[in-house]
Design a protein around this ligand. Structure first.
Ligand code: AQP
Length: 325
């Protein structure tokens, strides 16, 4: 039997290079293998765990489906859907919450970061985020999860919940593993932390034009470090160069070592290479945008298929935990 794969992206903004290299590229790789049945969702309900705008969310959940299609996710090969259209995610998350302690959730690094970022909006939903994520995966018996390295602590929570449910109630959940890509951690353009939708100045969007990309890449700080050490900003430039123009990596590295590197030349090379990679995505996106009915149909079909799998899991869990005869 084929292994199930589940992944999703929060509907909190447009996709950036980190999302693409850390998650979408893995989603694409797995949908092309006959070994896997791939389910890719828009994590729209996860978006309401931090402050958000209602109209923006309404638009954004659809935009992510369009991004998925433009990036090459194929509805003939993958089930594409929005999380909130399958209410069983929330039901399973409630059952999972009953085997999860508050203390454990409070100690997760991702929770602590969000509390720091939104000190006046620490909701129960935010605390429950990893439990809902475990439900997202296990509702479909997901065994492999293509996500960035920042999601590893959440996968550990999912494995613990699967183990506990199996021990206590005799369910048969798999312990999901992360499918890592080469781009599992894309640094922020600021040189501090990871590229992130909610951190201004940190990201390049998949929809950015050449001019915007050039401006953003030129803003990467390249102040020289003592002893000729590579600064964080310069490391970011070389990381991006390695992804988008690997054939030029050695030559630029030699210039850096020899002290002859012109940063503007490196920056513009990086910007050009990124844009070249994004052009086909942007063209396909425009094409999909002009056919809203096609998008509606993909979502409707994906929802129907996901519901069938989800219903089976919920029925079994309810029976095993004593909530059905
Ligand atoms: N910088 C990154 N490098 C590699 N992978 C990344 N991902 C995110 N940033 C990077 C991966 O993209 C997927 C979707 O992430 P998400 O939007 O669900 O959540 P996130 O990690 O919280 O993304 P952001 O950009 O930081 O959004 P906000 O600011 O809204 O929280 C995941 O697989 C993630 O690992």
């Amino acid at each position: 039997m084929s292994k199930r794969v589940l992944s999703g992206i929060r509907a909190t903004g447009q996709l950036h290079l980190g999302n693409y290299l850390g998650a979408v590229s893995g989603m694409l790789a797995l949908q092309d293998s006959s070994e896997y049945e791939t389910l890719y969702m828009v994590a729209d309900a996860h978006a309401i765990t931090t402050p958000y705008d209602v109209n923006q969310l309404r638009r954004q959940r659809r935009e992510i489906i369009i991004d998925y299609l433009a990036a090459g996710l194929d509805p003939q090969k993958s089930i594409l859907f929005c999380q909130a259209d399958i209410p069983y995610h929330f039901e399973l998350a409630f059952y999972f919450a009953s085997v999860t302690t508050v203390a454990k959730m409070q100690h997760l690094p991702t929770f602590k970061e969000k509390v720091k970022q939104y000190p006046n909006f620490t909701s129960l939903a935010l605390l429950n985020y990893p439990v809902l994520q475990a439900a997202d995966i296990l509702l479909y018996q997901g065994e492999l999860v293509p996500v960035g390295i920042d999601q590893e602590p959440h996968l550990e929570v999912a494995r613990n919940i699967a183990r506990k449910m199996n021990q206590d109630y005799g369910t048969n959940f798999p312990e999901p593993q992360r499918f890592a890509t080469k781009g599992e951690y894309i640094p922020s353009l600021t040189g501090e932390g990871k590229m992130s939708k909610s951190v201004a100045g940190s990201y390049i969007l998949l929809t950015d034009d050449l001019d915007t990309i050039r401006k953003k890449v030129r803003s990467v700080p390249t102040a020289t470090e003592v002893g000729g050490k590579m600064s964080r900003g310069v490391e970011v430039l070389f990381t991006l160069l390695n992804f988008f123009a690997p054939e030029k990596h050695t030559a630029f590295l030699e210039k850096f070592a020899g002290g002859t590197l012109k940063y503007v030349e490196l920056k513009d090379t990086v910007a050009q290479a990124i844009y070249q990679e994004l052009e086909p995505f942007q063209a396909k996106r425009q094409e999909i945008l002009s056919d809203p009915q096609y998008v509606d149909q993909i979502i409707a079909e994906g929802t129907e298929k996901a519901l069938v799998i989800a219903q089976d899991t919920i029925q079994e869990v309810k029976q095993k935990i004593g909530l059905a005869g």
